[in-house]
Design a protein around this ligand. Structure first.
Ligand code: SAH
Ligand code: DHB
Ligand code: MG
Length: 219
């Protein structure tokens, strides 16, 4: 069994050999660290995947739940391309302010709207809009509600991608009482029980040694 250091080395290899340097992402990560934000952004490899999925599906209207410092937002905004737009929802005003500064520094401010406040409230304000792609990456206990909201907001044929759909081994243990794990397990039930959603989940290892994402197509 490979250990965390091995996974970190492999992520580093993927960055260096395939993705190359990324000045905007490096600057955002440095600004996040200076601002005291937790380093729980998507990895370079995951971020590139988000951008590729947005570009490959021609997504122009993108919704993100959980902005943090805007690292994933930068990838999504790039993938949406010129003429694309990302609406991103963030609870913490300090995170939102940091993200706005990072997006401006990346030259993407005009392509992104950061909405501050609890995402469940902000989502109500988006009723009636449609999105081509949604990325969910916020408080895990609300994941079932976020998935349902995105099923309403994402157009038929659009994508919903959910970060951290794997939480250690505990996700498969019905006795696990941790709130995040329970929210994640409830997500699987909610998605499996929603006839509008067709989904799979992929385990990734990354630098934690466990992680994963759910990929959903809105029927
Ligand atoms: N997507 C980001 C990481 C997001 S971390 C990236 O990859 O770069 C999760 C974020 O969700 C945190 O910034 C946290 O403040 C935010 N969050 C937590 N609860 C929330 C809520 N109820 N509504 C909106 N955002 C929330
Ligand atoms: C962690 C990672 C995440 O992607 C996230 O959304 C929340 C927490 C973590 O590594 O703790
Ligand atoms: Mg996450």
């Amino acid at each position: 069994m490979a250990d965390r250091a091995t996974f970190e080395t492999i992520d580093g290899f993927i960055e260096q050999s395939l993705l190359g340097k990324d000045a905007a992402i490096e600057a955002a990560l440095a600004a996040n660290a200076a601002a005291g934000l937790p380093a729980i952004d998507v990895s370079r490899a995951q971020g590139a995947m988000l951008g590729l999925l947005a570009a490959a599906t021609g997504a122009k209207r993108v919704l993100e739940i959980g902005t943090l410092g805007g690292v994933s937002t930068i990838h999504l905004a790039r993938g949406a391309g010129e003429g694309g737009h990302v609406t991103t929802l963030e609870l913490d005003p300090h995170h939102a302010a940091t993200a706005r500064a990072n997006l401006a520094a990346a030259g993407l401010a005009d392509r992104v709207t950061v909405i501050e406040g609890p995402a469940l409230d902000s989502l109500l304000g988006l009723t009636g809009r449609t999105y081509d792609l949604a990325f969910i990456d916020a408080d895990k206990g609300s994941y079932p509600a976020y998935a349902a909201a995105c099923a309403d907001l994402v157009r038929s044929g659009g994508l919903i991608i959910i970060d951290n759909a794997v939480r250690r081994l505990a996700i498969a243990d019905p006795a696990e009482q941790d709130d995040d794990v329970r929210g994640t397990r409830a997500l699987y039930d909610a998605v499996a029980g929603d006839a509008r959603l067709q989904a799979t989940a992929i385990q990734t290892v990354g630098t934690k040694g466990w992680d994963g994402f759910m990929l959903i197509v809105r029927r």
